[in-house]
Design a protein around this ligand. Sequence first.
Ligand SMILES: Nc1nc2c(c(=O)[nH]1)N[C@H]1C(S)=C(S)[C@@H](COP(=O)(O)O)O[C@H]1N2
Ligand SMILES: [Mo]
Length: 322
Amino acid sequence: MLIKKSSDIFSSEITPEALWQNRRQFLQSTGLAMGLSALPFKSFAQSNITLQKLSSVKSKYVTMEKITPFESATTYNNYYEFGTDKADPAKKAGTLISRPWTVTLEGACNKPHTIGIEELLRLAPLEERIYRLRCVEGWSMVIPWLGFSLSELIKRAEPTGNAKFVEFITLADPKQMPNLKSSVLEWPYVEALRMDEAMHPLTLLSLGSYGQTLTNQSGAPVRIVVPWKYGFKSGKSIVKIRFVEKQPKTSWEKAGPSEYGFYSNVNPAVDHPRWSQATERRIDASSTGINAFLTPKRKTLMFNGYEEVASLYTGMDLRKFF
Ligand SMILES: Nc1nc2c(c(=O)[nH]1)N[C@H]1C(S)=C(S)[C@@H](COP(=O)(O)O)O[C@H]1N2
Ligand SMILES: [Mo]
């Protein structure tokens, strides 16, 4: 069924056991069939490894919708550091060095620190969360992420009362990223959330997808996923998380302040100045490239269907704070 009542597809539903088991079998048959404990993480540098064995928690954050094929989700990407064409990241992100990797937490917090990727992978049980991702351009996907709530990491830094916003700074290394020579955006790619948005349990720190570590084009080795906001709020390849008092300017706000607001909540009632946001096209195997324009449109849902976040915006005019 293409059109469902929005209440049918909320992410808070639990996948029926049978479907979940099928997914497990599928995941176990993909990737490397080896226990993670058998090898240290260092030996996995650059290759995608199965994270299945670390994924012990059955998440309540799943949607029943058809999962976007891995092939589509990893060949139709936005990662402007590697080029602005949807096919560029898959072709060019092979030069990204995702190990060793550290994430530094700094700014308005009692415990600023740097954490390595191996420690990050073990910070909290990895959950498989199946989220819709809605790009501001009008396409969407359904992706099985692996990760845990960003709040787990934020708590460790003990943000102070001055930490009103959280800034996410991503990797910007011209040696690894060919398109940093272009000025399409200001580098590094910077995104930010209000503190309560960053602490919301839906906000995910993702370390994998499709049962394995993130592919480079998907934002290896660690990215943010904020499912109720347009995709550009979900920064890839995060190196720094900074707690700040003032609302930061993000790369997209700097590039087009009238088009890309700080909040960027998915909202079918507030159009982008140049196009409607009322509908979207779901990307799948037959809908990439030129075929994307032949895929039937579906209605975009308020907050991308994640209505549990509505209380974060009580009393705010979401036309003004778009
Ligand atoms: N560092 C960085 N993060 C980024 C982007 C980018 O260009 N650079 N593009 C954003 C946009 S516009 C979207 S829609 C999502 C796309 O994620 P996906 O390619 O994994 O679907 O990543 C976001 N994160
Ligand atoms: Mo996007």
